[in-house]
Design a protein around this ligand. Structure first.
Ligand SMILES: Nc1nc2c(ncn2[C@@H]2O[C@H](COP(=O)(O)OP(=O)(O)OP(=O)(O)O)[C@@H](O)[C@H]2O)c(=O)[nH]1
Ligand SMILES: [Mg+2]
Length: 225
């Protein structure tokens, strides 16, 4: 008898709400780059959570925004594509953001999709519990989400409850990837992204935000030993 819960889960939301931070925490490795600037994640990445009783294939997606150029159009398309062929959708919001035009656009998009959806309210470390409760009620009133789950991705608060909740919405099924696989990204791609992350942080006055990094040569440095 197959007693493994497995499936594909898309994580969408506006830029900077903490999607990549959460998925790195769940996987326990730095795969997806993080910055305090918007539009850090550019394309859909798979991050794979393995446990004895489950395999959850998460899609980290670019923050949904009004596209200003070709790169923005590509990123929006990626985010929309992530909503196809998944078992569950996670919609993440930041406790500090008002529900704005972009959220309304995403919510309208989600209303048309007949799949279970959970709303994750992130960064609860920055708000008092009374305000968090008000926000939870606001999202409950939309009657769009199966559950509303407040978390802090950077501090890890409530993340294990979130994983349990996700499992409860997944079917029993096969493991789609081997147990030791945590992403679909190659080592070269991860290294390129980490360099891009450092340029966003340390060279923000020198280079444009839309920079891309291409690895031409990749080798293991010889130590003096
Ligand atoms: N205080 C606090 N900050 C957080 C939390 N989670 C993420 N952040 C910060 O929020 C910023 C954005 O985080 P990302 O994980 O890059 O956000 P994202 O949603 O993946 O952003 P895009 O890739 O641009 O769509 C970073 O500065 C994080 O350190 C949290 O739980 N609490
Ligand atoms: Mg991201």
């Amino acid at each position: 008898m197959n007693d493994i819960k497995s499936g594909f889960v898309s994580l969408v939301g506006r830029s900077n709400v903490g999607k990549s931070t959460l998925l790195n925490r769940i996987i326990g490795e730095k795969i997806s780059i993080i910055s305090n600037k918007p539009q850090t994640t550019r394309s859909n990445l798979k991050l794979i959570y393995n446990s004895l009783d489950s395999q959850i294939v998460f899609l980290d997606t670019p923050g949904i925004q009004n596209p200003k150029n070709k790169l923005g159009e590509f990123m929006l398309k990626e985010a929309r594509n992530s909503l196809k062929d998944v078992d569950l959708i996670l919609y993440m919001v930041d406790v500090n953001f008002e529900i704005g035009e972009l959220d309304k656009l995403i919510i309208d998009m989600l209303k048309k999709i007949n799949l279970p959806k959970l709303c994750i309210i992130n960064k609860i470390d920055t708000l008092d519990s009374e305000e968090i409760c008000k926000l939870v009620s606001k999202y409950k009133d939309m009657k769009l989400f199966e559950k509303i789950i407040p978390i802090s991705a950077s501090e890890g608060t409530n993340v294990y409850n979130l994983i349990d909740c996700i499992k409860s919405y997944l079917p029993y099924g096969p493991k789609y990837y081997s147990d030791d696989m945590i992403t679909d990204q190659t080592e070269r791609e991860i290294v390129g992204e980490i360099i891009r992350e450092k340029t966003l942080t340390f060279l923000r006055d020198e280079i444009p935000h839309g920079i891309n990094v291409l690895i031409e040569k990749f080798s293991i440095r010889k130590t003096n030993q």
